[in-house]
Design a protein around this ligand. Structure first.
Ligand code: BV8
Length: 256
């Protein structure tokens, strides 16, 4: 681990007045959640997630898409936040303003104690009527439903249409209030900590550009591999977040 870079990241974060932490699937990898582009093990290795996470796939084969999400939800319900999530949560007690903007749908930042999380792509643990028959979103608690699980998704108890995960699929709009707040905060951030994202999915991947263009904010990128944000970053730490982030927080504490 490059200690000089850890110390510089700690110094930059220490001075942050408006910190935005933008995270992707990589921050949950060390909790045991496969990233989007990892080969999904077992049954799903032969599918392209970008093909499965779409309204068209759900319409064409609701059971296949539903089963994929149930497989992922069962896995997410078993895992815990890792040291990277916990380090991000710890920043809140050290800095005046910390907002986490995540692309992840696993709820691990909230479980780690982060209190202001914008989940741009929804939450795999929540479900809704695919028709939003009682308003957007028509949330459904599937734990209260009885149905033949072999048949795929349960019918909405209000209108009978398929229930679906409350996540944002490709070609679907992001929730407007979440997106607007995320864009606004990214434009005002003086420091953005980008963790564990390939930076391939829009409009989330445009957030660092907002920080740079609107506020000349300082961008720190934490990823064991270079990603599309790395060239824009002022400081690139090529390490797993579960290793780098606790070291940065420790260096911040020592500097106080
Ligand atoms: C929309 C929920 C428009 C579901 C997901 C320009 C503008 C607007 C849209 C587009 C555009 N260009 C293209 C589009 C369309 C599309 C898009 O971006 N396509 C891409 C692929 C080209 N975007 C959309 O469709 C979005 N909708 O914009 O609507 C619109 C406008 C008007 C009217 C109608 C529509 C919706 C996008 C949301 C899709 N839903 N998730 C689910 O999860 O099942 S996206 C999903 O994939 C994830 O949520 C995440 O966002 C993305 C995966 O990216 P990452 O999180 O970065 O994960 P990845 O695996 O790629 O990378 C992991 C990284 O971690 C790697 O770099 C790795 O090195 C690193 N890593 C590994 N280990 C570690 C680590 N890092 C740290 N520590 C470690 N230990």
């Amino acid at each position: 681990m490059d200690n000089q870079k850890i110390r510089e990241a700690a110094m930059r974060l220490h001075q942050a007045e408006h910190l935005v932490v933008l995270t992707g699937a990589g921050v949950s990898k060390e909790s045991g959640v496969p990233t989007f582009r990892d080969a999904m093990d077992g049954l799903w290795a032969q599918f392209d997630p970008q093909e499965l996470a779409t309204p068209a796939a759900f319409k064409a084969n609701p059971k296949m898409v539903w089963d994929w999400y149930e497989y992922r939800r069962t896995l997410v319900n078993k895992v815990k936040p890792n040291k990277g999530h916990l380090a991000i949560a710890a920043l809140e007690d050290m800095l005046p303003e910390v907002v986490v903007i995540t692309q992840n749908i696993d709820g691990l930042h909230q479980a780690a104690g982060s209190s202001d999380v914008i989940a741009l792509h929804g939450d795999i643990r929540r479900h809704k009527c695919s028709d939003n028959c009682e308003g957007d979103p028509t949330l459904i608690d599937i734990s209260k439903l009885e149905w033949d699980r072999e048949s795929g998704p349960p019918p909405c108890p209000h209108c009978g249409k398929n229930v679906r995960p409350d996540v944002v699929w490709f070609t679907e709009r992001l929730p407007l209030d979440a997106l607007n707040r995320a864009n606004d905060l990214s434009s005002k951030a003086d420091v953005m900590l980008v963790v564990g994202t390939s930076g391939l999915v829009q409009p989330a991947a445009s957030m660092p550009y907002r920080t740079k263009r609107w506020n000349s904010g300082f961008i720190i990128d934490v990823n064991p591999q270079e990603d599309t944000i790395t060239p824009l970053a002022d400081l690139y730490i090529n390490a797993p977040s579960g290793e780098a982030l606790p070291l940065i927080v420790r260096a911040m504490r020592e500097a106080r």
